[in-house]
Design a protein around this ligand. Sequence first.
Ligand SMILES: Cc1ncc(COP(=O)(O)O)c(C=O)c1O
Length: 412
Amino acid sequence: MFDVQKIRQDFPIINKKINGKPLVYLDSTASSLKPHQVISAENKYYEDYGVNIFRGVYSLSETATEKYEEARKIVAGFIGSSDEREVVFTRNATEAVNLAASSWGRSSLNQGENLVSTVMEHHANIVPWQEICREKKAELRFIDIVNLGQLDLDNLAQLIDQKTRLVALTYVSNVLGTINPVKNIINNIKSINSRTLILLDAAQAVPHLKVNVADLGADFIVFSGHKMLAPTGIGVLWGKYDVLQNMPPYQTGGEMIREVYLDHTIYNEIPYKFEAGTPNIAGTLGLAEAVRYLTGLGMNNVRNHEIEIVDYALNQLGKIKEITIYGPIKARDRGGVIAFNVKGIHPHDLAQILDTDNICIRSGHHCAMPLHQRLNIPASCRASFYIYNTRDEVDKLAEGIQKAQKILTTKD
Ligand SMILES: Cc1ncc(COP(=O)(O)O)c(C=O)c1O
């Protein structure tokens, strides 16, 4: 049973009051709140066996190592990978894209070839590709958007050719909320050029949808723990075994080696080859606990709650005069995010007025400047929803926006 009120009891921050008023947290797209189960899992590591992994033969270190590797299996299972060696722990989604761009790009991309991304990407899935293309003198092309913020897929055959080495695209837009039909897109790309690799930015998908890497057909998938109830500082690069196996290390040093001599080094196998130095052990265990929590709720229930709350929010916000809501009309076609603008009010001013009632939304470009340029707007407001949000909170948001309209657009 999916019981929002019960779920809310698990989140210590939700039950805190600021200046005597309850918190209305509508910024989970930036970072979700953490349930006490996750916080306890991190604490437990420090309290019960907080030592380094791999290095010790003593039992505390062996326990820490076992838990760390168990976490890898749990994460692999959650995204439908049957081989946990395909799960590389990183700091976040950004580092995961950088790892792929740097390691794969430096070793495989050549002058005159091209990569393709989309105009709706988060900067994390644009800038690393810009850098590697600049370095390799390769071209970076972009899939445009049409209508309400869907990718312009009619254009795919013009953009992808025999020199397209990789397509980097998002599963769910962190601004428009658009859920891209990634399985079809991947099939289409592979039918045009079967050797083109696909990197899927699933930072806004894994926390909200059942993601199955075996089913999707991508070569890389990246996501961050902190958007899915886990601590900050832990993320994932999932890659197909053969693809990862053929990539050189990203960073070098301890842990990622098998043998070191003064004149050369033999690297460890995957995934360790990509995990140089002491990892975020506590964060990894927190991520495993977050996965347990989400699995306990059931990802179908997580998604259904999101559709219900986004549908309600689209209706309530849609009633407000002079509001423009970006992205697909139907809740089913979008993730848990609604970006909007209110005529005559700067997004930062609106966010600040909402903050006086402890309503937390984002304002700005949400690390998607090219998308805002494409939409011809300097900035937008963004409210986002997760497992703990209620209709009552949506009502408070709608009332807060109307209050801001009264304050900021009254003419004297
Ligand atoms: C779609 C998308 N990709 C990538 C990122 C980057 O995530 P992180 O900052 O955790 O690396 C974000 C963060 O907002 C995002 O929404």
